[in-house]
Design a protein around this ligand. Structure first.
Ligand code: DGL
Length: 284
C-alpha cells in the first residue's frame, strides 16, 4: 500500500462541511485533513452562482498551493452545483469529490413515494439540481423547499455564547418550511423521507426528528461522500497506509471569518481543541 501523507482538502461556506469531515475521518482514519470554512463569504446559498464559483476556485487554488492537498472534497451542495464542472476542468489530475442532494438513495427508502428535499436557494435553483431532479422525477413525487436563512441560523447557534434567539430562529424556520411542504408521516400521501440537501442541516437532525416524528427518514450524504473519497484515493494510489507521523496535526481547520465561531463548532461537533483552528485572510 502507498503512503501519501499529504492532506485531503475539504471546504464549505462555514461549519456545515464539518458533518462531512466527521464521516471522512471515520472512513479514512489514516489521513490528514485541512478544512476551510469560508465564513467571511457565507452564506453561499443566497449568493450568485458566479460568486460561489469564484470563491470555490480561489479556495481550491489556496489549498493546493499553501497546503499541497492530494484531493479535494467540496463539502457544500451549493458550491458543488455552482462549480464542480469548472473545477474538474481546471484541475484535471486532482481527485475531486462533490456533494449533491441524495435523491437516488431516498428513492430506495421511501414507501409512500413522496420525498421531501430541503436545500439552499442556490442549490435548488441550479441547473445541476434540475438535471438531477429530472432524472428521478418519474419514480416518485419530490417536494422541494429552499430554506433561506437556515444555514446562517445554524452557524449562529454554534457561536461560543449562542443566543436563545438563534435556536428559536432554527425552530421557527424548520416549522415554517416543513409546514409549507405538506404532511409528513408514513401514511399514503405523506412525505416519509426527507433529503437534507445542505451539509449544515445535518446539525439540526435532532430538531427535525422532534418536529417530524419517528416515521420520517432523514437522508444525508456524509457517509457516501466519504466512501467515494476512499475509492478515488485508492484507485489513484494516494491512500496513506498508516497513521500520519510527525508534528503536523492530523486535522487543521481554517476560517476566513470568525475564529471563535469555528473553534466552538470544532469543539462541539468534532471534539477538537482550539489549537486545531486558525484564521486565514478573507481575501485568499
Ligand atoms: N453548507 C452549504 C451547502 O451544503 C451551504 C450553506 C450556505 O452557505 O448557504 O449547500
Amino acid at each position: 500500500m502507498t503512503s501519501d501523507q499529504r492532506p485531503i482538502g475539504v471546504f464549505d461556506s462555514g461549519i456545515g462541511g464539518l458533518s462531512v469531515l466527521r464521516a471522512l475521518q471515520q472512513e479514512l482514519p489514516n489521513e490528514r485533513f485541512v478544512y476551510l470554512a469560508d465564513n467571511a463569504h457565507a452564506p453561499y446559498g443566497e449568493k450568485s452562482e458566479d460568486f460561489v464559483s469564484q470563491r470555490t476556485h480561489a479556495i481550491a487554488q489556496f489549498l493546493q498551493t499553501q497546503h499541497q492537498i492530494k484531493a479535494l472534497v467540496v463539502a457544500c451542495n451549493t458550491a458543488t452545483a455552482a462549480a464542480i464542472q469548472g473545477l474538474r476542468a481546471a484541475y484535471p489530475t486532482l481527485p475531486l469529490v462533490g456533494v449533491e442532494p441524495a435523491l437516488k438513495p431516498a428513492l430506495a427508502l421511501s414507501t409512500t413515494r413522496r420525498i421531501g428535499v430541503i436545500a439552499t436557494r442556490g442549490t435548488v435553483g441550479s441547473e445541476k439540481f434540475s438535471r438531477l431532479l429530472a432524472s428521478v422525477q418519474d419514480e416518485a413525487t419530490f417536494v422541494v423547499q429552499a430554506c433561506n436563512g437556515l444555514a446562517l441560523a445554524i452557524e449562529q447557534s454554534t457561536l461560543p455564547d449562542p443566543s436563545h434567539a438563534a435556536q428559536a430562529q432554527i425552530t421557527h424556520l424548520l416549522q415554517n418550511y416543513t409546514q409549507a411542504m405538506g404532511r409528513f408521516g408514513s401514511a399514503s400521501g405523506d412525505i416519509d423521507t426527507l433529503v437534507l440537501g445542505c451539509t449544515h442541516y445535518v446539525f439540526v437532525e435532532n430538531d427535525l426528528r422532534t418536529l417530524l416524528g419517528p416515521n420520517v427518514q432523514l437522508v444525508s450524504t456524509g457517509a457516501p461522500v466519504a466512501r467515494q473519497t476512499y475509492r478515488l484515493l485508492a484507485a489513484a494510489g494516494l491512500l496513506n497506509a498508516a497513521q500520519p507521523k510527525g508534528a503536523a496535526p492530523t486535522i487543521r481547520l481554517l476560517t476566513t471569518g470568525d475564529l471563535k465561531g469555528l473553534q466552538a463548532a470544532a469543539q462541539r461537533w468534532l471534539s477538537l481543541p482550539e489549537e486545531a483552528c486558525e484564521a486565514v485572510p478573507a481575501s485568499l
